[in-house]
Design a protein around this ligand. Structure first.
Ligand SMILES: Nc1nc2c(ncn2[C@@H]2O[C@H](COP(=O)(O)OP(=O)(O)OP(=O)(O)O)[C@@H](O)[C@H]2O)c(=O)[nH]1
Ligand SMILES: *[C@@H]1O[C@H](CO)[C@@H](O)[C@H](O)[C@H]1NC(C)=O
Ligand SMILES: [Mg+2]
Length: 393
């Protein structure tokens, strides 16, 4: 049977087109993430924000009652290192979090302190929630200044930092707090059986109703770390953090994850002077007063040996290394970037910065605004760099 040549050509084109379409469908990106390359064409903070995609666990479909024998809650807790004197500010934070989220899910709170909590603290915090509250002392050996630190050298370096207007430089407890949050919190026995933590601090505000189990969201997708805000650090506080980190990487080259955040970490165009003073690190970090993290990651060999290396180098005391840049470098280097999640839907504030979604579920903050106060604060938000180099997932 003879088929006219043009028809044969048409048939061949159809087959090729079909194959091309099938191939493209299989290649289509499955993740909702966007990398904003070649400059920002829009501000993701202003995007209408809903809930994340996929299956979400809700309080009206599962048993989240506080005293349930078989609750739907996963192995997770809200944690806070806090002082007795901060009770009032902490209660405000708890009221916000209970109103927007935890009164539905009733995750327990675990409070940590380097001195015992007062009865007043215990009674008033427990009265702020139906969920269980636990009060834990930080073991001395987790808090004390390590034996290899010279107090003379500490005083001397702190004086220099104070001359550069670095806040809390000579406040030893501030350095101890940063070190504890960097490499000690996950060693506390109270967290042994848990996989996820959500860190909260006094004075923090929450603005948006969140109607799904955030911990289940993390677990179901095997996420390592969740954040709301990205900021530049004062580079004078971490002059040798990146050089020390590079030494560690050179000694442990296999620790670097395949899908790491090196481009975000070493970005040097937006604030070149920050990168210069911090010797190759942009100083951009996850603002760790909010974080939801996988304890298995922090307890794991890579992060733990990284912390040990940093701790020996002394920068928690001779500089003022914060737990935020330390967590950020650990996550950015050793975790898979796809396992880090921007909680765009959690409205959040710690003075003076915000994550304020454009959503009817939010009230009390202005959508898209990243700071309140003087204009110079606007350049501290480094999410544009994160969105560009890592993505908006
Ligand atoms: N128990 C205890 N908690 C502390 C200590 N130092 C800091 N914290 C807690 O750690 C959190 C962070 O410390 P802050 O002093 O607020 O540090 P910051 O948030 O960097 O500084 P600000 O911008 O002044 O809030 C605080 O909210 C405290 O709850 C301490 O010595 N003991
Ligand atoms: C979860 O993620 C960790 C770290 O990325 C990985 O080692 C582990 O195999 C993952 N587990 C599952 C069930 O995918
Ligand atoms: Mg604070």
């Amino acid at each position: 049977m003879a088929i006219a040549r043009p028809i044969r050509m048409l048939g061949a084109v159809c087959i090729l087109l079909t194959l091309f379409l099938i191939f493209n469908m299989r290649q289509a990106p499955q993740k909702p993430s966007t990398k904003l390359v070649n400059g920002m064409t829009r501000d993701p903070l202003l995007d209408p924000t809903g809930e994340p995609e996929g299956v979400l666990w809700r309080a009206d479909e599962h048993d989240y009652s506080p005293d349930s024998e078989k609750p739907a809650r996963t192995n997770a807790a809200l944690i806070s290192l806090v002082r007795n004197e901060e009770l009032h500010d902490l209660l405000n934070t708890m009221h916000d979090l209970e109103r927007t989220w935890n009164s539905k899910f009733n995750y327990p709170y675990i409070f940590f302190n380097d001195v015992p909590f007062t009865e007043d603290f215990k009674q008033k915090t427990q009265a702020a929630t139906k969920a269980k509250c636990q009060y834990e002392l930080v073991p001395k050996e987790h808090w004390e200044v390590p034996s290899w630190i010279s107090m003379d050298l500490f005083q001397e370096s702190a004086k220099k930092l104070e001359e550069e207007n670095i806040q809390y430089a000579s406040k030893i407890s501030y350095h101890q707090m940063c070190r504890w949050n960097s490499g000690m919190f996950y060693k506390h026995p109270a967290l042994d059986k848990l996989r996820y933590y959500w860190r909260i601090e006094p004075k923090v505000k929450f603005f948006c109703d969140v109607d799904y189990d955030v911990f289940r969201y993390m677990e179901d997708r095997n996420k390592t770390y969740g954040f709301t805000i990205n900021l530049y650090d004062a580079p004078q506080t971490i002059r040798t953090l990146w050089p020390t980190t590079k030494e560690f990487l050179a000694a442990n080259p296999t620790y670097l994850s395949e899908n790491n955040m090196m481009d975000w970490i070493t970005e040097d165009q937006i604030r070149p002077e920050h990168n210069e003073i911090a010797n190759g690190y942009s100083t951009c970090h996850f603002w760790s007063n909010f974080e939801i993290g996988d304890l298995d990651f922090f307890r794991g060999d890579k992060y733990e040996s990284y912390f040990q290396y940093l701790d020996r180098a002394g920068g928690f005391f001779y500089e003022r290394w914060g737990d935020a840049p330390v967590h950020s470098l650990g996550v950015g280097l050793f975790a898979d970037a796809d396992k880090v999640h921007w909680f765009r839907d959690i409205g959040y504030n710690h003075i003076p910065y915000f994550n304020c979604p454009n959503s009817p579920k939010c009230s009390g903050c202005q959508a898209g605004h990243s700071y309140a106060g003087a204009d110079f604060l606007s350049k501290e938000d480094c999410r544009p760099s994160y969105f560009k180099y890592v993505g908006t997932h």
